[in-house]
Design a protein around this ligand. Structure first.
Ligand code: SF4
Length: 266
């Protein structure tokens, strides 16, 4: 089963490696498609390759990569079990933030990777990736460690691993959030083991709150499901979350630690 997914992922990687769809290709040493198995149950998405990644051709190497590896191992995962990639696949010069047009040009690759791998959990590493993957969902300070469901995808925003290099207290936050990720994975595993329920006959079907919305507009990216609802899972003791369309775009959130220069070192 994974042979087909692995082949499809390899084709996406091949396209990324020769892509010239945005100006970031002009100064890259090489594109960095991503690493990990096509059958990964967990996927991690950062912002973009840094200097070392550009040279090596792999995402999240160096100090920030070591932090990520440590965090994964803290919940019993090996880095090789995870599929790791970035929002943009080529290094922005000087490690600047990617331009919106660059992220837009590259987004179909990430959409394809998610569609092929269909992970149980997508870790969003840092506020820039959060803004790209879950626009309007909120800031990283409010969402880190929490489940965010969009369509049939489950996301967990986390502080960028590089943040812990510059603000030691965030390491504890990351460790706590990773324990929650372990719980989300266990929940997903339990769901997968449940027997599939037979659908009721159409004549007796009850209204379904998640499907009573108007049909979603066509996706801007072929093969990518548009969000049907936005649901932030509650912390223990919080009210039951509401169902509804995605939240409106909120004003820009205040800057989060660390600074762009700090994050650019991943
Ligand atoms: S960043 Fe993405 S869209 Fe731009 S050249 Fe690289 S692979 Fe292509």
């Amino acid at each position: 089963m994974q042979t087909g997914a692995a082949d499809a992922l390899a084709v996406v990687h091949e396209h990324i490696l020769v892509c010239t769809d945005c100006p970031l290709h002009l100064k890259r040493i090489q594109a960095v498609p991503g690493t990990g198995p096509a059958g990964a149950r967990i996927m991690a998405v950062g912002e973009g390759p840094g200097e070392t990644e550009d040279r090596v051709g792999r995402p999240f190497v160096g100090a920030a990569g070591n932090v990520l590896t440590t965090l994964l191992e803290s919940i019993g995962l090996r880095r090789d079990d995870i599929y790791i990639t970035n929002v943009v696949k080529c290094r922005p010069p000087g490690n600047r933030d990617p331009e919106p047009a660059e992220m837009e040009a590259c987004s179909h690759f990430l959409d394809a990777q998610i569609e092929i791998i269909r992970p149980d959990v997508i870790l969003i590493l840092g506020r820039h990736a959060l803004a790209r993957l879950l626009p309007g969902a909120g800031g990283i300070s409010g969402l880190h460690g929490r489940k965010v469901v969009r369509g049939d995808r489950l996301y967990v925003p986390l502080y960028h691993p590089a943040a812990a290099l510059y603000q030691g207290s965030l390491m504890r936050t990351l460790e706590d959030d990773m324990l929650k990720v372990r719980g989300y994975l266990d929940e997903a595993e339990a769901r997968r083991r449940q027997p599939v329920q037979a659908a009721p006959p159409v004549a007796h079907a009850q209204p379904d709150v998640t499907t009573s919305h108007s049909p979603a507009p066509p996706s801007a990216f072929p093969g990518h499901a548009e969000p049907l609802l936005s649901l932030v899972a509650p912390e223990p003791g919080e009210p039951v979350p509401r169902l509804g369309p995605p939240d409106p775009i909120e004003p820009p959130t205040p800057p989060e630690p660390p600074s762009r220069d700090q994050l650019s070192l991943f």
